[in-house]
Design a protein. Structure first.
Length: 288
């Protein structure tokens, strides 16, 4: 992981922590290479997950380390989710790392699982929001005192102006837990309005990641992420996808792209995942 505040506490005693791959200003290249070499010696493979909002110099550092070590056992997984969503995904991958999945499957599972994380924020202004499409009308409304906006960044983008007559954000159709991290906003809209609308099974508090204010364009926010909490469901979801062998690096993978070398499968080889696992989860939640 590229930031310590993106490493969420484990949900059980088995989930391992994550190693921190520090930014160039915090560590020399020599020490960074040494740390990566030690991780490879200890664990065999390294899956480095980092947000797309990372500083360019930090991303170049990761590729530089892999190039110097000339290792095909380092996966660099770039994730296009807001900070709290990235933190949730990293914890899920940490949980799956204890399963019988190969490193290639765990690395490529990041793209699959990111589609089941509903990541967004309640914002008091969208004037500086540039990572989610915002209309000119919404920009104008953000200058009105007291305005609040609910924004969903993934799996699909959506924006609404919060108010009594507002339609709720489109949420997950399966059982989730909701992680909530407050910034400078004291609004309870996420807990009192969004959570019931999404029928979440539990709400958990988290510390707002340091990158969140820059990502969302304001420090006056409440960031949230709804996610699948059950490791057995995550395991079944990943297991339901056909496994392939990368034609380039020969790592095992799921989906349409290798998690280690990023080589795509030929279009005729692409496989879609089964939704049966999530349908079972929805039915189970409804029955309970």
């Amino acid at each position: 992981m590229t930031s310590a505040d993106l490493v969420l506490p484990p949900t059980d005693q088995q989930t391992p922590t994550a190693a921190l791959l520090q930014a160039p200003e915090a560590q020399t290249m020599e020490h960074a290479i040494g740390d990566m070499h030690l991780l490879l010696e200890q664990h065999g493979y390294v899956i480095a997950v980092y947000p797309s909002s990372i500083q360019p110099a930090h991303e170049r550092r990761l590729f530089g380390i892999r190039s110097v070590l000339e290792s095909d056992r380092i996966a660099l997984v770039k994730v296009d989710l807001p900070p709290l969503g990235v933190a949730v995904l990293v914890r899920q991958l940490r949980q799956l790392s204890l399963s019988d999945f190969s490193p290639g499957v765990v690395a490529s599972a990041a793209r699959l699982l990111s589609h089941y994380i509903y990541a967004g924020a309640l914002l008091h202004s969208v004037a500086k929001l540039d990572r989610v499409a915002v209309s000119l009308k919404s920009h104008a409304k953000s200058w009105v005192p007291g305005s609040q906006f609910a924004v969903l960044a993934g799996p699909e983008s959506q924006l609404i102006k919060v108010g009594p007559a507002a339609e709720p954000l489109t949420g997950p159709e399966f059982g989730t837990h909701l992680l909530v991290a407050k910034g400078q906003s004291q609004s309870d809209w996420v807990q009192e309005t969004l959570a019931p609308a999404w029928k979440v099974q539990a709400i958990h508090d988290a510390t707002l990641p340091g990158e969140s204010s820059r990502w969302w364009g304001t420090g006056k926010l409440v960031e949230f992420a709804a996610y699948l909490p059950d490791i057995s469901v995550l395991y079944q979801l990943v297991s339901s996808v056909r496994r392939e062998k990368c034609h380039w690096c020969e790592m095992e993978l799921i989906g349409d792209r290798c998690g280690f070398c990023s080589s795509p499968l030929a279009s005729a080889e692409n496989r879609s995942y089964s939704t049966g696992v999530l349908h079972q989860e929805v039915n189970a939640s409804a029955a309970s």
